[in-house]
Ligand binder design. Sequence first.
Ligand code: HEC
Length: 717
Amino acid sequence: MQNRLLISIFLLADCSQAPDGSTIRLEAGKDYPTYGGNNANNRYSPLTQINTENVNNLEVAWTYFANDTLTQGSAIQCQPIVVDGILYGTSAELNLFALEAGTGKQLWKFVPPDGGGRIRGVMYWEGDNDKRILYTAGSYLYAVDAITGKSIVTFGNNGRTDLHDGLSDNMNHDVSKLRVGASSPGVIYKNTLVIGSSVSESGDAAPGHIRAFDVITGKLKWVFHTIPQPGEFGYDTWPDGAYLNIGAANSWGGMSLDEKRGVVYFGTGSPASDFYGGAREGMNLFSNCIMALDAATGEMKWYFQGIHHDLWDRDFPIPPNLTTVTRDGKKIDVVVQAGKDGVVYVLNRDTGESIFPFQEKPVPTEGLPGEHPYPTQKYMSKPKPLSEQLITEDNITDISPEAHEFVLQRLKEFPIMESRFQPPSAEGTVLFGYSGGAEWGGNAIDPEGILYQNVNNEPWELKMIRKEMLDEQTANLSRGNALYMRNCSVCHGENRKGISTLIPSLVNVKDKYTFSDIEGFITAGNGRMPAFGYLSAGNRKAIIEFLLEIKVVEERGNNVAETVEVDDQNEKSFPYMPEYISEIWTPFTDHNGYPAVKPPWGTLNAIDLSSGDYLWTVPLGEYPELTAKGIPVTGTESYGGPVVTASGLIFIAGTRDERIRAFDKNAGDVLWEYQLPAGGFATPITYEVDGVQYVAIAAGGGRGAKPGGWYMAFALK
Ligand code: HEC
């Protein structure tokens, strides 16, 4: 143990002895020991065997099929880790596996008692004779022996800790039925594992508290309230008692850790419910904040709120990165956070002050009845946002005269948008920032302080409706149909026909899925489709029977409101029901389903964080059918981030064309690409075993594209 540790330090400098005797793997070297490569989330590898000259000689080294079955709708978002030449990852079912990283040979597989949800990575920790993988599946945090794959039964309750722990303190409602998972891994400081959560975005959202658990015992160590409670700083940025009813303001994108400072950094999301804040007048700290907490105690060091009183679902979707920039000849340690709205914040790591100046400017305050839009918002001077902020006649699509005309006419149906902070309305708004700028795949930063970020540039349309009106509209429908209208039609459409390639049609869903398949999607979510954990078994059944066209006729005319009350214990514990909910929330597209804005729709960017200037921007991904028509490569949305190497390469997949590519980090040229067997909607890693450098990625498919389930590794011929 000690010998190997010393060798690692000398050869790779990838370990250090923590003060309490545990070993923390710090940097990607031969191994890739943490989600994000290191705790700073740099996704930077010092390996150089694969370089700009030879990358074109990459070929498949091994392929591993991770899933139990190749089911429709399955997907893998996991960026694996490699420790001591063993690769750890998860399948679509959230089974955890260990492979020989050089051959792809399976060493073991751990099947959790309940799966469900999507996760993006796992955590590794080691102490004396004790090596653990910690990861989340469903509502639990599991501890698994990294060598044997066996559950560590002394952890938590027989090997797992319930992620509801610590959420209901001081609260008078029961959170046990509310959905709580964790789609991104946390960070481990000494023996303290700090983690955020994924929760609902509607009235039934669980509180988004940040929690710390003991890595050895699984016991709760501390809780930080992202919605402050009486006596806590920020309590007065909400109506009195808001914390009792309102949830979310959760951190779902992942975290960074500065081991030397002992500080954990993360971004939070919007408070519940999305798009309507009638019951939450005020600035709503600590939603939409970049935050620094003491990793050992949970004490707040500072916060920086990007959006006040969010009405647009502008969550911080990715882990922040830690790096150092040079300003006026001085080095400054910074934390960098990119947002779904394309804004990039570069903040002093010790004080939370922005490195680049910003202005707090007045914004529109005419909202829906009962709404209290915040009167000012921040406008950062630099870097320029990664994606468009508004759609106007000047930037609508030009891929064909028909597409242009179609969008021009559609745009006239909406009130003119003057600000990206225009509050949602019943007439409709067109917004950027739901499926990008930056998304959960993360980004990469090299030691020179250059940020490599993939970006989605796609507008969405939003139309709000009074909940009561929707209830009236659905009063005469069958119970299943009415529940479908309330919960599912906003995406799949009132007629169940879906939207182009983005949201599947459910018209003939009975030919494709069984009752239990659909039940699985509803309870656990499916790619971009959220989970509906709050729906009672009875209401789930009603929706599924409606979709499978069973029993619909005899139930027609049931009074929905009454039925819901009778058998719906879960939904009665809703913290609150917003007065307005979204009636339409779909991509804003041309007549063929392509984004309504001028391409590029997806890009890869390099930003010098010291100057805030862009070094280059190139399209990422393509629609071959459009390229064939002579349209310049448009880029596509991407889910999955980059990894950058010391030899000047950026590896990234994530695009709708299901390819993985290598870019030259200096100029943004594509140097290599490979057609994956299914979408690589995940972030690749690179590592070395027995003198050979590998690049590996999950080709897990999903997101409306064909299903997958493979992990693939590439090496030089
Ligand atoms: C926020 C948008 C959204 C909502 C709301 C939503 N879905 Fe989905 N749904 C999707 C997307 C996107 C997919 C494709 C998933 C993927 O592969 O990533 C999907 C897939 C599905 C599928 C699988 C279809 C196929 O052909 O693979 C079923 C079944 C389904 N949804 C049922 C439902 C039901 C039932 C509800 C309501 C309880 C619902 N959805 C609500 C977005 C949504």
